[in-house]
Design a protein around this ligand. Structure first.
Ligand code: SF4
Length: 723
C-alpha cells in the first residue's frame, strides 16, 4: 500500500543546473527511522511544478545500503592500485581488504596529520605541494569553506572543481568579452525569444525541464535552430538542424559572422555604444565566406546565409549552449564566436535575447561564484590583484599566493611529477571524470596523502588513504545557485546514515586540527550528525560579506522568499534576472569582441583511428554515476553503457545491434555494448561517461585549451571492432 507521509520538506533537486524546486515526502522506513518515499514538484521559478525522471525518481540513492556510514582508513601496507577500482566495483574484492573502520577522531587526526606533515615540510613560500578539489554538487557554503580551507589552512592556491571540465572555456570567454561569467538571461526567457539558437547541447537529456520550456516556446511560435553534430529529440521541432562536422564550430560561427557583416545585418547603434573591437573582428572574418566555411564544417553555404539572416533580423534571439561548445581544445574560441554573434547583432540586454551556457551540475554556478577556482577568490575577484588579496588576507589572517593556482588536469600532472603530494577531494570523482584515466588514476595512486570525503566509496575513494563519510544533499541545509543565477534553499529531509557527518562539520574539523581557529559549528549545534541550520547560516553570512551579488539577500530573506535571483544588491528589491541592460560590467562598460580563426584540433582521424568519438551523458545518469548508479529506478532503466554508431558504420564493421564492441584510442580501450543509431553521423561514435564498467575517459586525451585549461572531451580519434 501507499507509505504514510509524516513530513513534507520543501527543497531543491540535487541533480542538474536547472534547479527545480521540489518537496521531499518523508515517512517511516519500517525500521524505526525515516526515508523519503516520494518527491513532488513545486512551483519554483525554474520549473513551475515540473520535474524530470532524475528529480522525481532518482532520490533513493541516499538510502542505498552501499552508503558510507563509518570513516575508513587504508590498511597498513596495502598499496594503492588502479586495478582495485574494477576489483571492488565488480564485487571481486571486498572494500574491507583495502580499508579498516576507524573512529572519527582517528580518521580526522590521520587526514589532518598527513596534510600537516606535507605542508610543514614544504619550503616556506607559496609553491604548495597540497591541492583540493571541491564540488559543484555541494552547497555554496561548502564551496566557500572548502576554498577557504585550501587557501587559508593548507596554504595553497591549487583549488579547483569540475567546472574546469565543463564550462571553463565558456566562462573564460565570457569574462574576457563581457566581464561576467554567468548567464545573461534565464532559460525561461525562451518564451520571449523569436529565435532560439541551441548549439552543442542536448537539453532533453541533460536539462530536461529546460528542454520542456524550449518545446513550449517553439510550439508557441519561436524558431528553433539547432547546431550539433548529433541528432536529438528537439531536432524534430527545429527549423534547421546544422549537423556540422565535429570540432568545426569556429568555421560554422565565422561563416555566420561573415554573412551578417557582409549583408549589413549588424546592429550598428549597439556596436557604437556598447562594443569594442568590431573592426578587427570584421577584418578577421572577411575571408570566412560561407562557401569556404561550408567546406570545413559541412553545412551548405546557402543554409549558413539563411540561418545568419534569421538570427540577425529577429526581434529577439537567444543563444543556449552546452559541453558540445566548451569541451574542446579550442573551446574558448568556440564561445568567443557565440559572444560575437550576440554582440554584433545587439541580441543581448533585453528579455528573450542573450547568452546562456547551460550549467550541468546543480551548483556549478554557485561553486564558481564562491571561489572554488584557482585564479579567483569569491565573486571572481582575481588573486593577482593586490587590493583583492588584501581584503581576504585581513578577513582570514593569512597570506594569499598572488599567482593563480593549478587547474584540475594540471594538478594530476603535478601529482605524477611529485610536485603535488597531498590532495583533498570533497564530493568529486576525478578517477572517472578526468581525461586519460589510466594516467589520472596512476597519478592519484602516486600521491603521498589522498583524503576523500563522499557519500559512496567512489572510484576515487578506492585510491585514498582516508575516506570520510559525508551527508547527501537531502540530509543537510545549504544554498544552491542554478544556471539562471537563482539562489535557492536546500533543506534536510532525513538524517545521514550511521556515523556519516555534515560536510561543513568535517571541513571545519579538519581546519581546526590543522591549526585554524574556526568556530562556525558550535557546541550547541551538535556533533555534525544531525543537520543544523545555524552553522550554515554563519558561513553564508561571512560569504555574503565578500560577495557583492549576495548583498541584498540575508539568510532570513532567502528562507522567506525561497528563491532570489542574483545579483541582488538591495534587500528591498528583486534581483536582476536579465542583465547588461545598461552596458557590461567591464572597466569602460563596453563588451570586447575577440576574433578567432579555425584551426584543426589535436585529435585527428586517420586510417588507423577512423572514427570521431564523443563522450557525454544520458537522461537517467548524472556525470560519473556516483549518485544515479545507486538510484534503483534510474539504474534499472539504464544499467549499462551503450556505444552509439551509425547503421552504415555498423554494417561496415560487422557489428550488430547489442553486440559487444572494443573501442580503442591512442589513450586506452573499453569494451561496451553497441547501439545502432541514426542520432550519430557516419564516422561518429558516442559513449556516456557514467559507467565504471566501460569508463569512457579511459579513451579521452588530456590536451588542454590554452586559455581555460579544459580538455577536449568531445573529440577523440577512435577505432572500433567486434569484441
Ligand atoms: Fe532535477 Fe534537473 Fe531534472 Fe529539474 S531538470 S528535476 S533540476 S535533474
Amino acid at each position: 500500500g501507499l507509505a504514510e507521509i509524516t513530513k513534507k520538506v520543501d527543497s531543491v533537486c540535487p541533480y542538474c543546473g536547472v534547479g527545480c524546486q521540489l518537496t521531499w515526502n518523508v515517512g517511516p522506513d519500517g525500521q524505526g527511522g525515516e526515508r523519503i518515499h516520494t518527491v513532488t514538484g513545486r512551483d519554483g521559478p525554474a520549473n513551475q511544478g515540473r520535474l524530470c525522471v532524475k528529480g522525481r525518481y532518482g532520490f533513493d540513492y541516499i538510502h542505498n545500503p552501499r552508503r558510507l556510514t563509518v570513516p575508513l582508513v587504508r590498511r597498513h601496507g596495502v598499496p594503492k592500485s588502479p586495478a582495485d577500482i574494477e576489483a571492488v566495483k565488480s564485487g571481486a574484492k571486498p572494500l574491507s581488504e583495502l580499508f579498516r573502520e576507524a573512529s572519527w577522531d582517528e580518521a580526522l587526526a590521520l587526514a589532518a596529520g598527513g596534510f600537516a606533515r606535507i605542508r610543514d615540510a614544504a619550503q616556506p613560500g607559496f609553491d604548495s605541494p597540497l591541492a583540493g578539489f571541491g564540488s559543484a554538487k555541494g552547497s555554496n557554503e561548502e564551496a566557500y569553506l572548502f576554498q577557504k580551507l585550501v587557501r587559508q589552512v593548507l596554504h595553497s592556491s591549487h583549488v579547483d572543481h569540475c567546472t574546469r571540465l565543463c564550462h571553463a572555456s565558456s566562462v573564460a570567454a565570457l569574462l574576457e568579452g563581457i566581464g561576467s561569467g554567468a548567464v545573461s538571461n534565464p532559460v525561461a526567457d525562451v518564451a520571449q525569444a523569436e529565435v532560439i539558437f541551441l548549439i552543442g547541447a542536448n537539453p532533453t537529456v541533460n536539462h530536461p525541464v529546460a528542454a520542456s520550456f524550449i518545446k513550449n516556446a517553439v510550439d508557441a511560435g519561436a524558431t528553433l535552430i539547432i547546431a550539433d553534430p548529433r541528432r536529438q529529440q528537439l531536432t524534430r521541432r527545429a527549423k534547421w538542424h546544422l549537423q556540422f562536422r565535429p570540432d568545426t564550430d569556429v568555421a560554422l560561427l565565422n561563416g555566420l559572422l561573415h554573412v551578417i557583416i557582409a549583408e549589413g545585418l549588424v546592429d550598428e547603434g549597439f556596436i557604437a555604444a556598447r562594443v569594442q573591437g568590431y573592426e578587427a573582428l570584421k577584418a578577421s572574418v572577411a575571408e570566412a565566406t560561407p562557401e569556404r566555411m561550408a567546406e570545413i564544417c559541412g553545412i551548405p553555404a546557402d543554409t549558413l546565409r539563411e540561418v545568419a539572416r534569421t538570427f540577425a533580423t529577429a526581434r529577439s534571439a537567444m543563444i543556449l549552449w552546452g559541453m558540445g561548445v566548451s569541451q574542446h581544445v579550442y573551446g574558448t574560441d568556440n564561445a568567443r564566436g557565440l559572444i560575437a554573434l550576440s554582440l554584433i547583432t545587439g541580441q543581448i540586454g533585453r528579455p528573450g535575447t542573450g547568452l546562456h551556457p547551460l550549467r550541468g551540475q546543480n551548483n556549478v554556478q554557485g561553486a564558481s561564484d564562491a571561489g572554488l577556482i584557482p585564479m579567483m577568490l569569491p565573486n571572481y575577484q582575481r588573486v593577482s590583484e593586490a587590493a583583492v588579496r588584501a581584503q581576504f588576507e585581513a578577513l582570514w589572517h593569512s597570506d594569499i599566493d598572488p599567482r593563480p593556482g593549478m587547474t584540475v588536469v594540471e594538478i594530476m600532472h603535478a601529482a605524477h611529477e611529485g610536485h603535488i603530494r597531498g590532495l583533498f577531494v570533497e564530493g568529486e570523482n576525478p578517477a572517472m571524470s578526468d581525461p586519460d584515466l589510466n594516467f589520472a588514476r596512476q597519478a592519484l595512486c602516486e600521491l603521498q596523502h589522498l583524503v576523500v570525503q563522499d557519500i559512496f566509496a567512489t572510484e576515487t575513494a578506492l585510491l585514498a588513504d582516508v575516506i570520510l563519510p559525508a551527508s547527501a544533499q537531502p540530509e543537510k541545509w545549504g544554498t544552491y545557485t542554478n544556471t539562471d543565477r537563482l539562489l535557492q534553499v536546500g533543506r534536510p529531509a532525513v538524517a545521514p546514515p550511521g556515523q556519516a557527518r555534515q560536510d561543513l562539520w568535517v571541513i571545519e574539523q579538519l581546519a581546526r586540527r590543522l591549526g585554524a581557529g574556526w568556530n562556525y559549528w558550535r557546541d550547541e549545534d551538535g556533533d555534525g550528525q544531525a543537520a543544523a541550520e545555524a552553522p550554515v547560516a554563519r558561513v553564508y553570512e561571512e560569504m555574503r560579506g565578500v560577495m557583492a551579488p549576495l548583498a541584498g539577500v540575508p539568510w532570513t530573506r532567502l528562507q522567506r522568499e525561497e528563491a532570489v535571483v542574483t545579483p541582488a544588491p538591495a534587500e528591498d528589491a528583486p534581483g536582476q534576472a536579465v542583465v547588461f541592460i545598461d552596458g557590461f560590467p567591464t572597466a569602460d562598460g563596453r563588451a570586447r569582441l575577440v576574433p578567432t580563426q579555425f584551426r584543426p584540433g589535436v585529435e585527428r582521424t586517420d586510417s588507423e583511428y577512423p572514427f570521431v568519438l564523443t563522450t557525454g551523458r544520458v537522461l537517467e545518469h548524472w556525470h560519473t554515476g556516483a549518485m544515479t548508479r545507486h538510484a534503483s529506478m534510474l539504474d534499472a532503466i539504464t544499467p549499462q553503457a551503450l556505444v552509439s554508431l551509425h547503421p552504415l558504420d555498423a554494417a561496415s564493421q560487422g557489428v550488430s545491434d547489442g553486440a559487444m564492441v572494443r573501442l580503442q584510442t591512442h589513450h586506452g580501450e573499453v569494451v561496451a555494448r553497441a547501439s545502432i543509431s541514426d542520432q550519430v553521423q557516419r564516422g561518429q561514435l558516442f559513449i556516456p561517461f557514467a559507467f565504471w564498467e566501460a569508463a569512457a575517459n579511459t579513451l579521452t586525451g588530456d590536451a588542454l585549451d590554452a586559455v581555460a585549461k579544459i580538455p577536449g572531451f568531445k573529440v577523440t580519434a577512435a577505432r572500433l571492432q567486434p569484441a
